[in-house]
Design a binder for this molecule. Sequence first.
Ligand code: PNS
Length: 170
Amino acid sequence: MATAVYPGSFDPVTKGHLDIIERAASLVDELVVAVLKNNAKTPLFSEEERVKMIKDVTGHIPNVRVESFSGLSVEFAKQCGAKFIVRGLRAVTDFEYELQMAQTNRSLCPEVDTLFFATDLNYAYISSTITKEIGSYGGDISGFVPEQLVDQVYEKIASRQRNESRQTGK
Ligand code: PNS
């Protein structure tokens, strides 16, 4: 049985992530989408919220499991019995970091290989960061995140903005 782990921050999961999830899931018996808990970045969504959002948009893919993890991706992959780590490559700018990460992971655990998926051209410019940026200015994010998450993302951004303005008194 071939299992793959797709680790990431998913803050929030985007249409680009979902496309990679669908394509990767079609190639393996089980795909574990793994939400990193202890990222250095302060996430907009809690780990539980991110897991739930991914579950909500992947319900139609039977061989996808969504989990959170802390620590090293390769250790989590080993725990899952996974042979592969899945990552998406949007552009050349991703390549250097992704190659370094794949080589580091390989040196830590040669049994787990990284599978790269070329991001669909329709989603090449999309990232979670850009989604939050656009949303924070009230721009249209319906092309960026799956439809059922759009309102939730706007609400979360607005709630963070309210908290920030309460704290700064502006
Ligand atoms: O969605 P992201 O933020 O690009 O995902 C990055 C992620 C979570 C895949 C990466 O930061 C990661 O694997 N973190 C866990 C710690 C780890 O394994 N580090 C070694 C790889 S450099």
